[in-house]
Design a protein around this ligand. Structure first.
Ligand SMILES: [Zn+2]
Length: 303
């Protein structure tokens, strides 16, 4: 067993069955399930794939619907999967993050043993993650329940694809500046946000930020992993495939071609995930990067 996969979507069989009907009221679901790369995946598809690809543990979540009922239905499925396979799975819940009662649903899922919330689709769900007035309640409930959050983010440049959206490093950075204590995973390498960890003030604000590699084989040359290693941020990266649309074999190839060290590979594949999962189970809450009593630095006037 050689890696932990932190970015997996599972679809309950009923969602697959009713996909056409659901697409009528969920435009993002419609766009993401009607394109040439889409694949369905249930728990019964995932388990043999984990076996085949040497996936030691998988962090699974549903689909970020706009409708609370659909989110709740997927959350029940994820909770059930995690209960059936606790030695293999951890789970993430989803809610429409501005809907009435979203906080109660997150707390219910935390109570049932899930470790985080996501992968949220900010544009599909109509939330501006750069706007603190929209994110403060979510950040509060995540802190209260010691959950991480996973946001879909993408590159602000380059080719377009279904679900790419325009939430990138700028918006992701603002979320962390408003809520630096929340443990957050920015999907798809945070759209490049990791590069700005070389700015001293951003390194502080991003103290609790992680980045997953989901979709890397479609987005970047393998050499990006060498850059990440050189930037000194490899301990913030998590392996994540975006199963069912991609599997780990493509990632293994990219990692091998990148020329990064064995030590870095071990961090990205396992060690970082193990330590994040341990923190999430310890109930310690994300640490504040700022000394008690000191107001956060104003990044506009820093240094
Ligand atoms: Zn995504």
């Amino acid at each position: 067993m050689d890696h932990i996969d932190f970015h997996i979507h599972l679809y309950p069989p009923e969602i697959v069955r009713d996909a056409e009907k659901i697409s009528e009221s969920e435009p993002y679901f419609d766009a993401l399930t009607h394109n040439s790369v889409h694949k369905w995946g249930t728990i019964d598809d995932l388990l043999p794939r984990m076996e085949r690809d040497g996936v030691e543990r998988a962090v699974v979540g549903g689909f970020a619907f706009r409708d609370m009922g659909l989110c709740r239905f997927c959350n029940d499925y994820i909770i059930d999967c995690v209960k059936r396979y606790p030695e293999k799975l951890d789970g993430m819940c989803l809610v429409p993050p501005l809907a009435r009662g979203f906080d109660g649903e997150i707390l219910r899922c935390a109570e049932a043993g899930l470790i985080g919330a996501g992968e949220f689709f900010p544009e599909g769900q109509g939330i501006d993650i750069a706007d603190a007035s929209q994110t403060w309640r979510l950040a509060g409930v995540l802190q209260e329940a010691n959950l991480c959050v996973q946001w879909h983010t993408a590159e602000p440049v380059g080719h377009s694809y279904a679900g790419k959206g325009s939430v990138g490093p700028r918006e992701a950075a603002l979320f962390c500046m408003h809520h630096p204590e929340v443990r957050v995973i920015f999907a798809h390498l945070g759209g490049g946000l990791w590069l700005y960890e070389l700015m001293p003030e951003m390194k502080l604000y991003l103290s609790n930020a992680y980045y997953d590699l989901a979709a890397l084989p479609w987005l970047y040359e393998p050499a990006i992993l060498k850059s990440i290693e050189a930037t000194g941020v490899a301990d913030k990266f998590l392996m994540g495939t975006d199963f069912p649309i991609l599997d780990s074999l493509r990632y293994k190839k990219a990692i091998e071609m990148s020329g990064i060290s064995r030590e870095t590979i071990e961090k990205i594949n396992r060690a970082n995930a193990i330590s994040l999962l341990k923190d999430l189970r310890s109930n310690s809450g994300g640490h504040s990067p700022f000394s008690p009593g000191l107001a956060p630095l104003n990044p506009l006037i820093f240094p």
